[in-house]
Write a protein that binds this ligand. Structure first.
Ligand SMILES: [Zn+2]
Length: 189
C-alpha cells in the first residue's frame, strides 16, 4: 500500500471536474503529495492540462508554497498554447487578468515573488484595469517587493485606466494611514 492519502483533498472516486477544483485547494494548503497525485491522474486529459495547472499555480502562489510552484512550472513550461491562444504557466492569469505574481504579492510572499521572477515572470504584466505588479505592491505597501520588482525591470510610471500611477497609489495609502492615525499632513496634496 502506498502512503496514507489525504481524503480531504480528493479521492479517485471524485469526478474529474471535482478533482480539478480540489487541485487549487490542495496547492493552497501545501499538500505537495496530493498535488503530485492529482496532476498525474489528470495527465492523460491533454487540453485540460493548462487549466488544472493554472489552478495549481494560483493555489500555490496564494499559499506561498515554492516547492509546489517549481513542480508545476517544470510540467507547465512545455505547454505553449490553450484553446484561447498562447498560455504561459508562469504568467497564468484569472478573469481579471491578474497573473500568478499578483497573487504572491497580495499575500506578501517575498520568496515566491523572487522565484517567479527567476522563472521569467512578466513584471510588467497588465490586468484588465491596466495594473502592473508594482501597483499591487504599492497598494499593499510592501517596500521589499517594490525594490525586487524595480530591480527586475518593472516600469516605474505606467498609468492605469483611471489615470493612477503606482506612486499615487502609494501616496494615497500614506494619506489613509494618516487619517486613521489622526495626523494632519504638513503639506497639501
Ligand atoms: Zn491533501
Amino acid at each position: 500500500m502506498p502512503g496514507k492519502r489525504c481524503r480531504k483533498c480528493f479521492t479517485f472516486e471524485d469526478s474529474d471536474e471535482e478533482i480539478e477544483d480540489r487541485l487549487e485547494v490542495a496547492a493552497a494548503e501545501g499538500h505537495i503529495e496530493c498535488v503530485r497525485k492529482i496532476m498525474k491522474h489528470m495527465e492523460p486529459f491533454g487540453n485540460h492540462h493548462w487549466e488544472y495547472l493554472t489552478g495549481a499555480m494560483f493555489g500555490a502562489c496564494d499559499g506561498g508554497y515554492n516547492d509546489i510552484i517549481e513542480m508545476v512550472l517544470k510540467v507547465g513550461v512545455n505547454i505553449k498554447s490553450c484553446p484561447y491562444g498562447e498560455w504561459k504557466c508562469v504568467d497564468a492569469q484569472n478573469s481579471h487578468l491578474q497573473s500568478n505574481i499578483f497573487r504572491a504579492i497580495s499575500y506578501n510572499h517575498i520568496d515566491t515573488v523572487k522565484l517567479l521572477i527567476r522563472w521569467n515572470a512578466n513584471v510588467n504584466h497588465l490586468t484588465r484595469d491596466l495594473w502592473t505588479p508594482l501597483y499591487m505592491s504599492s497598494h499593499y505597501g510592501n517596500n521589499k517587493i517594490i525594490k525586487i520588482l524595480l530591480k527586475a525591470g518593472a516600469r516605474m510610471d505606467p498609468v492605469d485606466i483611471y489615470g493612477w500611477t503606482p506612486l499615487t497609489i502609494a501616496a494615497n495609502k500614506v494619506i489613509a494611514v494618516r487619517e486613521r492615525c489622526d495626523i494632519v499632513p504638513k503639506v497639501s496634496y
